[in-house]
Design a protein around this ligand. Structure first.
Ligand code: BEZ
Ligand code: FE
Length: 304
């Protein structure tokens, strides 16, 4: 193909992919190229701007390693992560809304019994967390696995504070199992607002756009139970300064909860606290997984 101009270039690129045998790849690339070309034409992208974009993406790659994923941060701050989470996790009414995973989850965290202190020395005001896990019909779910993780009072997760030898001591994270009545409870620390890592290219982008890097105080949960869809979500602290301007667009009204302040005295675990402390409670509702619905309808039709 010769004499391609700034209009016919799009058709030319699409034609060059016409033999792609993977139908999904073809659909994705066709849409991507079409939108990318329309974008460049619409804003009349200059050569300097195109080169600055290449430099920006290069620096996003260069700062990334197995501890830091700047591309995920870019996706988060552009709202793409939350868009993908939302459009792939439509929940039936009454089920707890999901939100993004974030970069600080650690697979196979330390396990705890209900009532344990998962802070393991993390700095912060004591906080007692409790709640239940149920299915959409109100049935309590026992033996659901609950992974929970949060930052300390300085806004850092344990994985952001490696020891000089590179080892990470798990703090303010852990895995619990719901009891026979679907309930859970543990002690940790008060969730505080913190800025997402902003000392790299994404931070520079936020500053150039007049945006702050802060996330409102939250506590992360990943809940798994057989026959139910896994739920990745957080609960957010009502009244937080950043509740309406989360840097990664993760807040849902249904996930905003009151963290109750208590003066020194008797705590929910019966001990006496010399300092003030907080309590927070949330009841999670999981959606039934397709497999569970299918096997339920199969057994219903077999019975009929
Ligand atoms: C988090 O909540 O841990 C998080 C989410 C997105 C970007 C950075 C941090
Ligand atoms: Fe977080």
């Amino acid at each position: 193909m010769k004499d391609i101009n700034d209009r016919s270039i799009t058709e030319a690129v699409l034609a060059s992919m016409s033999e792609t045998s993977n139908a999904r790849l073809k659909a994705v690339m066709t849409s991507l190229v079409s939108h990318l070309h329309d974008f460049a034409r619409e804003i009349q992208l200059s050569e300097e701007e195109w080169f600055a974009a290449i430099e920006f993406l290069t620096s996003v790659g260069q700062i990334s390693d197995d501890r830091r994923q700047e591309f995920v941060l870019l996706s988060d701050t552009l709202g793409l992560s939350m868009l993908v989470t939302s459009q792939n996790n439509h929940k039936p009414a009454g089920c707890t809304e999901p939100t993004l995973l974030g970069p600080f989850y650690v697979a196979e965290p330390p396990t705890f019994h209900n009532g344990a202190d998962i802070a393991n020395g993390a700095l912060g005001t004591p906080c007692f967390v409790s709640g239940t896990v149920s299915g959409p019909n109100g049935q309590r779910i026992s033996e659901a696995l609950i992974d929970v993780w949060q930052s300390d009072e300085d806004g850092f997760y344990d994985v952001q504070r490696p020891a000089p030898d590179g080892l990470i001591v798990p703090q303010a994270r852990g895995r619990l199992e719901t009891l026979a009545d679907g309930s859970f409870h543990f002690k940790s620390i008060l969730a505080e607002a913190y800025p997402i890592p902003h000392d790299g290219p994404v931070g520079k982008m936020l500053a150039a756009l007049g945006r702050h890097p802060w996330r409102p105080a939250h506590l992360h949960f990943w809940i798994r139970a057989e026959g139910f869809d896994p739920l990745i979500t957080h609960i957010f602290r009502a009244g937080d300064k950043y509740i309406d301007s989360d840097a990664v667009f993760g807040v849902r009204s249904s996930l905003i909860v009151d963290w109750k302040h208590h003066d020194p005295g008797v705590t929910p675990d019966g001990s006496v606290s010399q300092t003030s402390f907080y309590t927070v409670a949330y009841d999670f509702v999981l959606s039934e997984s397709d497999k569970a619905t299918e096997s339920l309808s199969a057994s219903v039709s077999a019975a009929g």
